[in-house]
Design a protein. Structure first.
Lengths: 256, 320
């Protein structure tokens, strides 16, 4: 075998290996069902099924988030050293409205902090990226970030749980069922899957879900914002008619 | 069964919300208060954003007070003349109060003032009504145990006291535009209800409520109106105030949730009718002492909320 032939053979093997690894990397898929969540009159959240195929690693992290925005809140403190009340404004910038992270194991045990930071996975990464604006005296950033996450968790808009993603290593699939919170506002959400092995993310895939108002809910929202005067008059007429209507019905009861 | 609220952006239990409406409507019919001071915190407790809770509450009060006004009007318990004068004052006072709050917000510390005004006003009104009603009930019991002669003597003394008191009221009786209010059986200058309306309007705007729980004691103790006329007249006045608030909140802030309002008013309109009928069976002083106890209960809850450390140190803006 000539030197050129040997080089060609080596190059072919490298190309085949590269193609194989590329094919493997793109093999990871993730799917969320339903992809469109309609907000109807009887809406109370939904069961969101996240499924994936092509998993070759022993761990996986699933992250669902909305685009980063600013959350305007009030902070509470002691006024005059006695009374607890809202004392001022605090704005958390560059934070998602919804942030849900589910994994096979504790993400701190399967990924080093610098990777989590780089790929923006988990509460710690979210905390580092957040910017806080406030005129609070003796401001303690760490304390208020913890309070922010607690506040969002209370509204079920934030969650980080491990041990909830199921893996079927034989079929290379993973799945998790999520109680999609009704508190999550309409909008687009990104669902990402990270395949993790030996402290590294070796593959990733993403899909999107959309939450939108439909039917009566959509029409009422449109009227409230686009025709507010008409909406206000209708609200008043409905109230007066209902009030008088019940009054007339009760008179029919002959109690007076 | 759950219902999604398009403006509040949350889902609520249908029965829970209708039940809240029923409870507050019952109080409305019984005492002539709009119930804003109770309903808004209750709505916030079930996850409604504060701004939507306050605005939608005003909308449902329109229904409850319309229902209550109709019921009281049929019973002959609405003093329209007095109600209109109080309303004129209330509108003017409301506008003045909104301006006061704007100035205070610009200088800071408005939240503290609002909370303290709330606690002090509720505490003073509740305590005063409670002891006054207790005193009246004791007196009535004592009168029922007296002989005919003792009763006549007590009545004579009471009349003497009232005449002496009337003489002292020279300033109020010397005011111009004296009007006889047939329904209430009292004579006052038109300036008195207008002035009191302004006072309540200012306080109501500062506290962000309809002001029924302030207007009722003002009518009883300062305008000397009979309790049953007070309730009907107060509801009549509240209905108009809340129509104005509903429109402004819809138009300027987009914070009225019509679905939530309909659920609440389903309960509150029926509650108001039941409350009115129940009120007829209760004595005036019993009604007053019940209202005083509710007002004091809310005051104690507010004080506890101020003193005890909350579980969450962050909150949404708006509300009371």
């Amino acid at each position: 075998m000539t030197r050129i032939q040997m080089l060609l053979k080596t190059a072919t093997v490298v190309i085949v290996l590269l193609l194989f690894s590329f094919a493997q990397a793109s093999a990871l898929t993730v799917e969320a069902t339903p992809g469109k969540i309609p907000i109807t009159l009887g809406y109370h959240g939904t069961k969101l099924k996240v499924r994936g195929t092509g998993l070759t690693t022993s761990d996986v992290i699933i992250q669902i988030s909305s685009k980063p925005e600013a959350e305007h809140l009030k902070y509470k403190g002691k006024a005059g050293g006695i009374f607890w009340m809202k004392l001022g404004n605090i704005v958390f910038e560059n934070v998602p409205k919804v942030y849900l992270v589910y994994s096979t194991k504790d993400i701190h045990k399967i990924l080093p902090p610098e990777i989590c930071r780089e790929l923006a996975i988990g509460y710690d990464a979210l905390s580092e990226k957040a910017k806080i604006k406030t005129k609070m005296k003796d401001f303690d950033r760490d304390k208020w970030i913890v309070e922010f996450i607690k506040f969002m968790e209370e509204d079920e808009l934030y969650d980080q749980e491990d041990g909830v993603v199921q893996i079927d290593q034989k079929n290379h699939t993973f799945s998790v069922d999520i109680d999609w919170p009704f508190e999550a506002p309409p909008g687009e959400y990104v669902v990402e899957a990270f395949a993790v092995e030996n402290g590294q993310v070796v593959e990733r895939a993403q899909t999107k879900i959309r939450v939108e108002k439909v039917g009566l809910i959509k029409h009422l929202t449109h009227m409230a914002f686009e025709k507010p005067a008409l909406y206000g008059v209708i609200a008043i007429i409905v109230a007066i008619v209902a009030g008088f209507g019940v009054g007339i019905v009760f008179k029919g009861g002959g109690a007076h | 069964m759950y219902i999604y609220l398009p403006i509040a952006l949350t889902s609520v239990n249908l029965l829970l919300v209708v039940g809240l409406g029923l409870l507050v409507g019952l109080l409305s019919g019984l005492f002539g208060v709009g119930g804003g001071f109770l309903m808004t915190p209750l709505l916030m407790m079930i996850g409604i954003p504060p701004t939507v809770a306050a605005a939608t509450d005003a909308n449902q009060i329109v229904a409850a007070s319309a229902s209550g006004t109709l019921a009281h009007w049929r019973l002959g318990n609405v003093d329209f003349k007095m109600g209109l004068l109080l309303l004129v004052g209330g509108f003017a006072g409301g506008a003045l109060g909104v301006h006061v709050i704007k100035v205070l917000r610009a200088t800071g510390g408005a939240d503290f003032l609002i909370k303290m005004t709330y606690v002090i006003m509720l505490g003073v009104v509740g305590t005063f009504m409670f002891f006054e009603s207790l005193h009246a009930m004791k007196k009535q019991k004592a009168v029922s145990l007296m002989s005919e002669e003792e009763r006549l003597e007590a009545e004579r003394k009471e009349k003497q006291k009232a005449t002496a008191k009337a003489k002292k009221k020279n300033f109020i009786s010397s005011l111009p535009f004296q009007i006889y209010f047939e329904k209430s059986g009292v004579t006052h200058s038109a300036l008195l209800p207008v002035g009191l309306g302004i006072f309540v309007g200012v306080l109501a705007a500062i506290m962000g409520v309809g002001g029924g729980f302030l207007m009722v004691p003002v009518m009883i103790y300062l305008l000397r109106m009979p309790m049953h006329v007070v309730v009907g007249t107060s509801l009549f006045q509240i209905m108009f105030t809340c129509v104005e608030v509903t429109f402004l909140q819809s138009y300027q802030n987009h914070t009225v949730d019509i679905i939530l309002a309909i659920l609440l008013l389903l309960g509150s309109t029926i509650g108001a009718q039941v409350g009115t009928k129940l009120g007829k069976k209760l004595h005036g002083d019993q009604l007053k002492i019940l209202l005083a106890m509710i007002v004091l209960g809310v005051t104690i809850k507010m004080i506890l909320g101020l003193v005890l450390e909350p579980s969450l140190l962050l909150a949404h803006g708006g509300g009371h």
